[in-house]
Design a protein around this ligand. Structure first.
Ligand SMILES: Nc1ncnc2c1ncn2[C@@H]1O[C@H](COP(=O)(O)OP(=O)(O)OP(=O)(O)O)[C@@H](O)[C@H]1O
Ligand SMILES: [Mg+2]
Length: 661
């Protein structure tokens, strides 16, 4: 196989590195390792059965040798011993019947072997794919937000459909076929050598010609199979993007342009696939023709050797002392030559689908090798109760939470009451490691305080909340939660303690109730309804066709933007966390509803530390502290009245907004 030509699929974000000649070898090993991990026993049985089947398939060639010999013996009886044909037939009958019987038995064994190995194959293949998909999905769930920022979603999707399919091909067809072919070739070769060195040499010359062709053609196609796999990913990515952006495409009359773009991507795919398959498809006819030439050549050389009676070296000859070639052997050889070339061309064909599978597997492994979101946190969140002024951990839900902080060095554990006090200590942050998005952010939110972040679009408001969530890690500085560096807190527990209403609302396919329960899986229906009431979502939910049992599909397509936001607020309320982050939670709600929602939110915010982000400054007016961000820096801070009195940026923003309203 041609290793030097492999290239890493340079999907978006994945550096199109080169110089990975070992990729394929490593990938192949890895696929086998994954396969063997779960199906060792079954695989062994399957491949033993395939071996049986392969051996059985060699039998007819040997059988022909036998039959020709029997015929020869029969003819000898008539010619040399003067028997009548009827007598000769009668005499030979038991031998003929025995050999037919043996052959039948062998075929039945072959049939059974084929039956069971294909059955096992289905179980192994589907099970393997199930495990791989599961592994991919589980890994995907562990990947940091950054991965999804930098990878085309459709391309990621194509790992699950198209790349996985190449693995199916590999495990269910290519590998067994390879194994069977190799085994058959080896056995045939041994049998051939045992019959005649001269004729074996003829076949070897043919095989050399064939492998030359395979290398010449197959070597090229590896490159195109990799490209094909990548192009399929791109096509799927594009289609997905266009589907999501359908409305935008329509309003900007972008249909023609997107058709053109698609034509280009589709054309590229067509091009790569054609090139890959042109090489693959040309293989069969060429191989077939070389096989035919070889067939004739064997017959010719065989005939010449038989007639000339020259010395015929063979393995069998060593034991039997036979030195000349006879017609029986030539007849057997003809069949074997045919089989031999068929197996070789099968091998070269499978090589192609193996190359394709490895291209797919490589993409899958690249994803599986993505660093999962690191979580070195060891401080956990536990249910707690105060006993004589001391915090103790209890198993049951008490409504009071504490941070459990083990100190390894001393072997002690301390508990800190969770209050929701959040401090940003000179925080710098950058998404790409170059351009600072936040600079020297200092911020203090006392428990129960409402902190508002305002500022122009792109100022870094959402980024601040992303850091509290630990979607991204800081470049410099610290964020403390109840005095604990959040890097020390287990991410799950950290996020459990935060209720978040994200700027872009995501709802999932399921009922409204199920979507609300996303906030806390053990919430009862009553909890969810209470939360919906709190967020003032109850009213419109009841108006839906099936109320709380209304099915939402495609990210809540049947709902208005504001309704989606209300559900998302209610969902955060279900979680009942001490800290809430509301990013533009009321941006799509009309001013009338906003007042109602505002009341709900005020109720929701009571007793919690809250970060609110809003462009509509009326929403943030009653915050305890307002931080005005500008290009990643906090330029003003203070209460509404203080900032208005200062007549700075906030004042301008506020009065500007005022004028607008
Ligand atoms: N995932 C990301 N990768 C790289 N850069 C990002 C990413 N998200 C945001 N940025 C950049 O960070 C800066 C701050 O973005 P952020 O989303 O925090 O703004 P914002 O204040 O929330 O704006 P808005 O009011 O429009 O929501 C912007 O310049 C933006 O280009
Ligand atoms: Mg934002």
């Amino acid at each position: 196989m041609n290793n030097g030509k492999m290239r890493r699929p340079g999907g978006p974000g994945g550096p199109g590195g080169h110089g990975r000649p070992k990729a394929k070898k490593g990938t192949f090993k890895r696929v086998l390792k994954c396969l063997f991990e779960d199906y060792k026993g079954m695989l062994i049985v399957k491949y033993v059965l395939i071996a049986v089947f392969a051996l059985v398939s060699v039998a007819p060639a040997i059988y022909i040798n036998q039959m020709v010999r029997i015929m020869n013996d029969g003819l000898d009886l008539i010619r040399k011993q003067g028997m009548t044909p009827a007598d000769a037939l009668e005499k030979m009958m038991p031998i003929i019947l025995t050999s037919v019987g043996i052959m039948l038995c062998i075929y039945v064994i072959g049939l059974l072997a084929a039956f069971f190995h294909t059955r096992l194959g289905a179980i192994i293949t589907q099970g393997f794919l199930y495990t791989m998909r599961r592994r991919m999905f589980n890994h995907m769930q562990s990947l940091p937000v950054k991965y999804f920022d930098t990878h085309n979603h459709g391309d990621v999707m194509s790992h699950y459909t198209n790349d996985i399919d190449t693995l199916r091909q590999l495990v269910s067809q290519s590998l067994p076929a390879m194994f069977q072919s190799i085994l058959t070739v080896v056995v045939l070769f041994a049998v051939m050598l045992s019959y005649s060195l001269w004729l074996t040499l003829v076949v070897i010359v043919g095989v050399i010609a064939m492998s030359f062709v395979t290398k010449f053609i197959g070597g090229n196609s590896a490159k195109y199979f990799m490209k094909q796999q990548r192009s399929i990913g791109r096509t799927e990515g594009f289609v997905e993007e266009m589907m999501n952006g359908q409305k935008v495409i329509k309003v900007f009359c972008h249909e023609e342009q997107s058709k053109k773009d698609f034509d280009e991507i589709n054309g590229q795919l067509c091009d790569d696939a054609t090139k890959a398959n042109r090489f693959a498809n040309i293989m069969m006819p060429i191989m077939g023709n070389i096989g035919n030439v070889l067939y004739v050549l064997t017959a010719f050389v065989g005939g010449a050797v038989v007639i000339s009676g020259i010395f015929n070296p063979s393995l069998a000859g060593i034991f039997t002392g036979e030195t000349v070639l006879d017609v029986a052997i030539v007849a057997a050889f003809m069949g074997m030559t045919r089989q031999f070339t068929q197996q070789i061309s099968q091998l070269s064909q499978q090589t192609n689908s193996i190359i394709m599978a490895l291209a797919g597997a490589d993409r899958i492994f690249t994803m599986l090798d993505e660093e999962p979101e690191a979580d070195e946190g060891y401080v956990t969140l536990v249910n707690a109760r105060e006993v004589d002024g001391e915090i103790v951990e209890v198993p049951e839900h008490t409504g009071m939470w504490a941070w459990k902080h083990p100190h390894k060095a001393e072997g002690t554990v301390t508990y800190t009451k969770m209050q929701g006090d959040i401090v940003f200590d000179n925080v710098d942050f950058s998404y790409d490691g170059e351009k600072l998005v936040l600079e020297d952010i200092r911020l203090y939110a006392e428990p129960g305080q409402k902190v508002a972040l305002v500022g122009a679009t792109g100022a870094g408001k959402t980024t601040i909340t992303n850091l509290i969530n630990r979607f991204y890690d800081l470049a410099d500085g610290k964020v403390r939660y109840d005095g604990i560096n959040i890097n020390k807190i287990k991410k799950d527990d950290l996020r459990r303690s935060l209720g978040v209403v994200l700027q872009d609302v995501s709802l999932f396919t399921g009922t409204v109730m199920e979507n609300l329960r996303y906030g806390r899986l053990d919430a009862t229906d009553e909890d969810c309804i209470a939360a919906a009431k709190l967020a003032n979502a109850d009213g419109f939910i009841r108006m839906l066709p099936d109320g709380y049992n209304t099915m939402l599909t495609g990210g809540g397509a049947g709902l208005s933007q504001g309704q989606r936001q209300l559900i998302s607020i209610a969902r955060a309320a279900v979680a009942d966390p001490p800290v809430m982050i509301l990013d533009e939670a009321t941006s799509s709600i009309d001013t009338m509803t906003e007042e109602i929602v505002q009341k709900g939110m005020d109720a929701l915010m009571k007793g919690r530390t809250v970060f609110v982000i809003a462009h509509r400054l009326s929403t943030v007016k009653n915050s305890d502290v307002i931080m005005v961000l500008d290009h990643g820096r906090i330029i003003e801070r203070g209460s509404h009245d203080k900032l208005i009195a200062e007549r700075g940026t906030y004042y301008k923003l506020y009065t500007g907004a005022f004028e607008l309203e």
